[in-house]
Design a protein around this ligand. Structure first.
Ligand code: PEP
Ligand code: MG
Length: 554
């Protein structure tokens, strides 16, 4: 039996399933403990034990995860929360009910504060679950402990769970929820964990069942034959050898060049990108420099950050995106108005135009940074929907000293008018995450419509084809910088549709490099043509795979 979902990367894995425990049911109301003092003491012990366990897990994990877990430990011992829990027990509630109510009230308050605070609400919920599990004697939620490797099956994973996964133990991830741009998928990709998300039948998988996870095909084979397991293990070994192959510049098997670039969020990501063979940067998301600020950093502060990134890539292309605020990346100093549909609101270039001073400062800092280094700086505007916006941005950027200004194609209108946009822009880069969200009218953050967020959708591919054609006619560069570029099979199709560069999380570079070398440009075009004719994302994936099976000479 095979289950289907959305594969992340192309890796294979096989092993027994371990299920992540489902969230605990709400502790019942109206159960009064006999001895309130004893209940308080029991609950205090549970709070302390959970805090100690979190600190201990943090020590074991190290790195970023340690900070996350230590912050959670502090939550379990927060004096205001502990007092609230004790007061609720004294008014006649069980420890578990008191913890549930007190933590929930605090969570609601954090959600009301919005932004960073709201994100911490989920962590608080996780701490509450751990305490309730301890008090009721059931397994704690979260990744199960195991001495032997396993395939982790979960409804979805919290970012802290994914960050903490022990890669010696977790062979692969299967989640019921989530789409290709969900945080589970993004983190799995950046940590090179084979994953299949959005497997609607994942709840049918049982602990101990052996599975073969094929991320490239998006399938989970349940209880495969011994031959299948042996063949899978052989392929895994062969691929390991291929991944250790020397790093060569991105190219197809026939020598056609395809620049392989990195998506980064700052200078701290640069070293890894260089080590994994990035030929430059295809998307530097500058929001990360602004996210925690109440006001924009000064020109000087920005310049320092940009110089640090550019210096890591001497003589290489570095594509920087102007600040992309709004929707999934809110920045209150740019837009604090309540919008019903922020993804369709004042975001990206639209909001930068309203605050032109901030845009001017950013472009000035970038131009000065380029002047001070040897990198080949390209700068692009996010969320452009009209040729006039491209004219505005590229003219302003040139006025401020940017030599190569371009725009992102993330909105269907921009894809359809690519020829007109390329009259002013020196290049375009397709952001497939937003292009998919806007083409399929499905919020990329909403789990209930995650199945629509699939860049294999032929409607998205048609738009990419329009842009590829316009780029070829204008003799200008068309790149891809959404998550789609990191899917090796889709990367081939995107090249077949006219992409000249692919930018992705550095961890995905080796797989994409290896896959590109297996095809010629004609073969990539044949796969693209087959995918374009398909009626759905799944059919497009299958059609491209079908063409791939036919020998080149046939
Ligand atoms: C995209 O939309 O595809 C993109 C690369 O930008 P972001 O994911 O940052 O919106
Ligand atoms: Mg985008």
């Amino acid at each position: 039996m095979a289950l289907n979902g959305i594969g992340v990367g192309r890796a294979l894995a096989t092993g027994p399933v371990r299920r992540m425990p489902d969230p605990l049911p709400e502790p019942p109301e109206g159960e009064r403990p006999d001895d309130l003092d004893a209940e308080v003491a029991r609950t205090r012990t549970a709070l302390q034990q959970v805090a100690a366990e979190l600190v201990e897990r943090g020590h074991r994990a190290g790195g970023d995860a340690q900070g996350v877990l230590e912050a959670q430990a502090l939550m379990a011992e927060d004096p205001t929360l502990v007092d609230d829990v004790v007061a609720r027990i004294r008014s006649g509630r069980t420890g578990q009910r008191a913890v549930h109510e007190a933590f929930l009230e605090f969570q609601v308050m954090l959600v009301g504060l919005g932004g960073y605070m709201a994100e911490r609400a989920a962590d608080l919920g996780d701490v509450a679950q751990r305490i309730i599990a301890k008090l009721t004697g059931v397994p704690a939620p979260g990744v199960p402990d195991s001495d032997t490797p396993f395939v982790l099956v979960a409804r979805d994973l919290a970012p802290a769970d994914t960050a903490l996964l022990d890669l010696d133990k977790v062979l692969a991830l299967i989640t019921r929820d989530g789409g290709p741009t969900s945080h589970t998928a993004i983190l799995a990709r950046s940590r090179s964990i084979p994953a299949i998300v959005g497997v609607s039948a994942a709840d049918s998988l049982q602990d101990g069942q052996v599975v073969v996870v094929d991320a490239g095909a998006g399938t989970v084979e349940v209880e495969p034959s011994e031959e299948t397991v042996a063949a899978t293990l052989r392929t895994i070994e062969e691929r390991k050898a291929a991944a250790n192959a020397p790093i060569t510049p991105g190219a197809l098997g026939d020598g056609t060049k395809v620049q392989l670039l990195a998506n980064i969020g700052g200078a701290k990501d640069a070293a890894k990108a260089v080590e994994l063979g990035a030929e430059g940067v295809g998307l530097f998301r500058t929001e990360f420099l602004f996210l925690d600020s109440k006001s924009a950093p000064t020109v000087q502060q920005q310049k320092e950050q940009y110089v640090a990134v550019l210096k890591a890539f001497p003589g290489k292309k570095v594509v920087v995106r102007a600040l992309d605020a709004g929707a999934d990346k809110p920045l209150s100093f740019l837009n604090d108005s309540e919008e019903e549909n922020p993804a369709l609101g004042l975001r990206g270039l639209r909001v930068l135009r309203v605050h032109e001073d901030i845009l001017r400062e950013q472009l000035t800092a970038l131009a000065e940074a380029a002047e001070a280094t040897e990198a080949d700086l390209w700068v692009m505007a996010p969320m452009v929907s009209e040729p006039e916006e491209s004219e505005y941005f590229t003219a302003l950027a040139r006025e401020l000293g940017i030599k190569t200004p371009g725009v992102m194609v993330e909105v269907p209108s921009a894809a359809l008018l690519a020829p007109q946009i390329l009259e002013s822009a020196d290049f375009v880069s397709i952001g497939t995450n937003d292009l998919t969200q806007y083409t399929l009218a499905a919020d990329r953050l909403l789990g209930t419509v995650a199945a629509f967020q699939d860049p294999w959708h032929p409607a998205v591919l048609r738009l990419v084809a329009e842009v590829g054609k316009a780029g070829a006619e204008a003799g200008k560069s068309v790149g891809i910088c959404g998550e789609a570029a990191a899917d090796p099979a889709l990367a081939v199709v995107l090249v077949g549709l006219g992409a000249k560069s692919l930018s992705m999380t550095p961890a995905a570079l080796a797989d994409v490099r290896a896959e590109l070398l297996t095809v010629t440009l004609d073969e990539a075009r044949a796969r693209a043509a087959a995918a374009l004719k398909a009626p759905s994302a799944a059919a497009a994936r299958a059609a491209a795979a079908e063409v791939a099976k036919v020998p080149a000479s046939a």
